[in-house]
Design a protein around this ligand. Structure first.
Ligand code: SF4
Ligand code: SF4
Length: 404
């Protein structure tokens, strides 16, 4: 299937025809009066900034980088890229300690892992949350993800030989969430791919994709991570002849599009080989591959398309995959941002905006009343679970649960 690619550079602000469609689709503009909105912050602001950097507006920090303006724009203006690129270029304020901690997902994961039960317990306590609120301005109402005592990497390493025996192979970019917080998602992917005759290899040494570094003013470190990861992708794709699969929609968008468009790290020779696993599996099944489903599987599933997956245009694969499972009663939720946007919703100054943005989605979930919400993004999962009480599962985990 040939999909429309979104490869416009951040410099195409001249193509804005001032229709203001993007302003209608920006979730922040509706919820935070301090934010100028995509048209003013993006193409209009770029004209001024190019004349004089004085016109850079600190309020651009309120942009979620959700890319909904880019999906909406009829001229294909890379509005969100313009905004994030302006923040990288003109905002030289050193990141706060809080932002450094929130953005350093791999470092925090490595430090927390040896004490995972203790850290998970402590970050769930009201007293800890109040202290983090007072000292770091991390909102006390936010729930933190739990840490796992064992990394996904160590689990997969122990199965290297067994995985190498499968006739077809892929490499897996698992990301920080699977490695440090929820290895089960990676195990679920291995189960599903193995059932299709595909073995799973690791990249030699992946680093955090860097999206939280980009949005928290740490672009130099993000660029180092990007260069490292692209070298890893090249090793897997060009030397080992593998496709690279992912389970996080945001990691996927970052590896494919944020690296060249925001950080200037060229990935053209490997970009097309980086795929969300739902796309690979959906296409395999549609070409005749089969999975053995449990006869008694029944689940009412409401699917939420993460913003970055909408930007990729790949939500269709997760939707189609879930609908292939016998016994699934499927509802596609209306297109809406959940409001968390990675680390954005953890910050005290953004918490109320974050929850106001997500409310339309939360209320639709309550009215559908599913057994489970499906979604391909870990931070959407945290936000929806915290705000609605419904369990959220990655489509890959649902598939793993539904097969024999
Ligand atoms: S990326 Fe999202 S928050 Fe930022 S301007 Fe575009 S629609 Fe608004
Ligand atoms: S939707 Fe696109 S063309 Fe219309 S105002 Fe926004 S950036 Fe400009």
């Amino acid at each position: 299937m040939k999909l429309q690619e979104h490869t416009k550079s951040r410099h195409n602000f001249e193509e804005c025809m001032k229709c203001t469609v993007c302003t209608a689709f920006c979730p922040v503009l509706q919820a935070n009066p301090l934010y100028p909105g995509p048209k003013q912050a993006g193409p209009d602001g770029e004209r001024l900034r190019l004349k004089d950097p004085y016109f850079f507006n600190q309020a651009l920090k309120y942009c979620l980088n959700c890319k909904r303006c880019e999906v909406a724009c009829p001229s294909g203006v890379a509005v969100a890229d313009l905004i994030q690129a302006a923040r990288i270029k003109y905002d030289h304020t050193p990141p706060k300690l809080r932002d450094q901690l929130l953005a350093s997902t791999d470092m925090m994961g490595s430090l927390a892992r040896p004490f995972a039960p203790l850290v998970s317990f402590a970050t769930g306590l009201g007293i800890t949350k109040s202290m983090m609120d007072a000292m770091l301005k991390i909102d006390h109402r936010r729930n933190f993800p739990k840490y796992s005592g064992r990394s996904f990497e160590s689990w997969l390493k122990r199965r290297k030989k067994e995985q190498a025996a499968f006739p077809e192979q892929v490499a897996y970019y698992h990301g920080c969430y699977v490695n440090y917080n929820y290895p089960q998602l990676g195990k679920d992917l291995v189960k599903v791919l193995n059932a299709l005759g595909i073995g799973v290899q690791m990249l030699e040494k992946e680093k955090c994709c860097g999206i939280a570094l980009i949005t928290n003013g740490m672009s130099a470190k993000a660029t180092r991570n990007a260069s490292h990861n692209v070298a890893q992708l090249r090793q897997a794709v060009l030397e080992r002849g593998l496709k690279v699969v992912t389970t996080s929609s945001t990691c996927t968008l970052t590896l494919r599009d944020e690296y060249p468009n925001l950080l200037g790290v060229d990935n053209a020779d490997v970009r097309e080989s980086v795929l969300l696993a739902t796309r690979l599996i959906c296409e395999k099944l549609e070409k005749g591959a089969t999975l053995q489903f449990k006869a008694d599987y029944h689940k009412k599933i409401a699917y939420h398309t993460p913003c970055h997956l909408e930007r990729l245009g790949w939500g269709v694969f997760s939707e189609r995959l879930l609908q292939m499972i016998p016994g699934v009663e499927f509802t596609l939720l209306d297109s809406a941002c959940c409001g968390i946007s990675g680390t954005y919703g953890f910050k005290k100054e953004n918490y109320d905006t974050s929850q106001a943005i997500g409310e339309a989605l939360f209320s639709q979930i309550r009215s559908v009343n599913p057994d489970v919400v499906a979604c391909d993004c870990e931070t959407c999962k945290w936000q929806i679970e915290m705000s609605t009480g419904y369990t959220v599962m990655n489509p890959i985990s649902i598939l793993a649960e539904a097969i024999v």
